[in-house]
Design a binder for this molecule. Structure first.
Ligand code: PBG
Length: 332
């Protein structure tokens, strides 16, 4: 009998050998944890489709922040659920808006925790779109007006930086948003604040649970005129390229799971850090299957996050961050 010429199993035969050979190692430093802040007191309302994720009122936020820090998580992505919506999303750039207030409070409790502010209008507009809706006089068609939206997004970003946000993360997918926000931040004296651009954001059905959580479902139409077609990856390179030229400091791909090829392409095409957003629908699927006893939650989550890192993500925005950090420390 001829012996196999190559024996892959030699390097897999013990845990120690496998540890030595491991190419990708996940740590709590990789995670960015999204949190939803709301008005009121004593509110800790679980989001139906996202077990373990809550709307938190400001008075309960401090304990949550201390918990996050104690788990070794370095960064959060802050989303606000406002009490007031209008056509221009004015509570997004209100200096005393929910995100601004929460940012100030969090930086007071945990100055070293990186607060990333999601810069978008959709949670704050009554129509639920990420920009301002403009009805063309001639045709009567309603469009999300790119350039009118930019001005409001710049105001939002500057107000977030003024409140103490460490990173501005624009997720609106208007053209030119990185350049506009960079300019606005610089003018306002925030030359040191990095921009994490939601560069490649697909018009995805995986955002469903988030929209429930953030009350940000569009009231008419969809987001396909500004978010990307899931079928395209060369277009993703064009989107990322323009953000690089406009001065983005980090590039995001969102969602993550169905787009790991895009994560890899961005990683190979650009030298900027790549961030994968493990979105709400991806989280909900894992939670639902594990609640049914169909999969092992811990192992599936760690495998999934490792896969995102292996694909090229330098950081992962994930609702699993707290659990994963605990598991990585060997706790249950
Ligand atoms: C706001 C925004 C969305 C998400 C993050 N920022 C929703 C959307 O574009 O509809 C989705 C996050 C998730 O699904 O976890 N534009």
């Amino acid at each position: 009998m001829a012996f196999p010429i190559v024996r892959h199993r030699r390097l897999r035969q013990s845990a120690a050998m496998r540890n030595l050979m491991r190419e990708t190692v996940l740590t709590a430093n990789d995670f960015i944890y999204p949190i939803f802040v709301t008005y009121g007191t004593n509110i800790r309302e679980e989001i139906g489709s996202m077990p373990g994720v809550y709307h938190l009122s400001m008075d309960l936020l401090e304990a949550e922040i201390r918990d996050i820090v104690s788990l070794g998580i370095q960064a959060i992505m802050l989303f606000g659920v406002p009490d007031h919506k209008d056509a221009e999303g004015s509570s997004a750039y209100d200096p005393n808006g929910i995100v601004q207030e929460a940012t100030r409070a969090i930086k007071g409790w945990a100055p070293e925790l990186i607060v990333m502010a999601d810069t978008c209008l959709c949670q704050f507009t009554d129509h639920g779109h990420c920009g301002v809706v403009h009805v063309h006089e001639a045709t009567g068609t309603a469009v999300v007006d790119n350039d009118l939206s930019l001005a409001l997004l710049v105001r939002t970003a500057v107000s977030q930086a003024e409140a103490g946000a460490d990173v501005i993360a624009p997720s609106n997918m208007m053209d030119g948003f990185v350049a506009a926000i960079r300019d606005g931040l610089d003018e306002a004296g925030f030359t040191h604040i990095p921009i994490l651009s939601y560069s490649v954001k697909y018009a995805s059905s995986f955002y469903g649970p988030f929209r429930e959580a953030a009350h940000s479902t569009p009231q008419f139409g969809d987001r396909k005129t500004y978010q990307m077609d899931p079928a395209n990856s060369r277009e993703a390179l064009r989107e990322a390229e323009s953000d690089v030229v406009e001065g983005a400091d980090m590039l995001m791909v969102k969602p993550a799971l169905a787009y790991l090829d895009v994560v890899r392409q961005l990683k190979e095409s650009f030298d900027l850090p790549v961030v994968a957003y493990n979105v709400s629908g991806e989280y909900s699927m894992v939670k639902a299957a594990s609640a049914n006893g169909w999969i092992d939650e811990k192992n599936v989550v760690l495998e999934t996050l490792t896969g995102m890192k292996r694909a090229g993500a330098d950081m992962i925005i994930t609702y699993h961050a707290k659990d994963a950090s605990r598991w990585l420390r060997g706790e249950e």
